[in-house]
Design a protein around this ligand. Structure first.
Ligand code: ADP
Ligand code: TYD
Length: 190
């Protein structure tokens, strides 16, 4: 089974991935958890760019695609083929949202990715108001950054929510205690 958790920073993805993995393991299932960008070379370059200076939108998109191709070939597909549960913290829907909010067409990004990336059985969009999410990660910046950042995150949130109607997508309100959010995920997977 292939499960992906998406949402803007601070919606609780990493927290919920761990709880969900524990739940599957308690049922005797073998679980692989992972995240994008990965800790492999392309993912490292992307994380470094956050500190050393943002890449051009074109390069950033290219690096995410390269990182994902390696992630699928080396980890995701082998784990799925072995019948394991794979739970990801971010996948190509984040590319649609974040590079989409930088001007790319989310539909084109989706098509580029689905040419090589398997679609998950379940996609959970963890949803939360931008200010509440930034509060959780203690994100504060100077005013210009603040407005720019908030605006781009609001665009990301809209792109994520644009997926809501698809049959494999579940939108989960995370403006609730952690345990209640996790209960909603488990309920959707029963
Ligand atoms: N439902 C929740 N209510 C309150 N705080 C939460 C909730 N879920 C996560 N948090 C906290 O918010 C912060 C961000 O959570 P995290 O799982 O890292 O989010 P993400 O991976 O989406 O950025 C962490 O300090 C976490 O403990
Ligand atoms: C997977 C992915 C992430 N991102 C962004 C979302 C985050 O702001 C950033 C890093 O992801 P994030 O999950 O926040 O990693 P960390 O917890 O180490 O900061 O990468 C994209 O822009 N495109 C993508 O395709």
């Amino acid at each position: 089974m292939f499960i992906v958790l998406e949402g803007i920073d601070g919606t609780g993805k990493s927290t919920q991935v761990q709880l969900l993995a524990d739940w599957f393991r308690s049922q005797g299932r073998e679980v692989v958890t992972s995240r994008e960008p990965t800790d492999q070379p392309w993912g490292k370059k992307l994380r470094e760019s956050a500190a050393t200076g943002r890449l051009s939108p074109e390069d950033e998109l290219e690096y995410f695609l390269k990182d994902r191709k390696q992630h699928i070939d080396e980890l995701i597909r082998p784990a799925l083929d072995a019948g394991k549960v794979v739970i990801l913290d971010r996948y190509y829907f984040s590319t649609m949202a974040y590079q989409g909010s930088r001007g790319f067409n989310p539909r084109e990004i989706r098509a580029k990715n689905e040419a090589f990336a398997p679609r998950p059985d379940h996609l959970f969009i963890l949803d939360l108001d931008v200010d509440a999410a930034r509060e959780r990660i203690g994100a504060r910046g100077d005013t210009t950054n603040e407005f720019e950042k908030r605006d781009s995150l609001a665009k990301c949130r809209e792109i994520f929510l644009g997926l809501a109607e698809e049959p494999f997508v579940h939108v989960i309100d995370t403006n609730r205690p952690i345990a209640e959010v996790q209960a909603s995920l488990r309920e959707a997977l029963q």
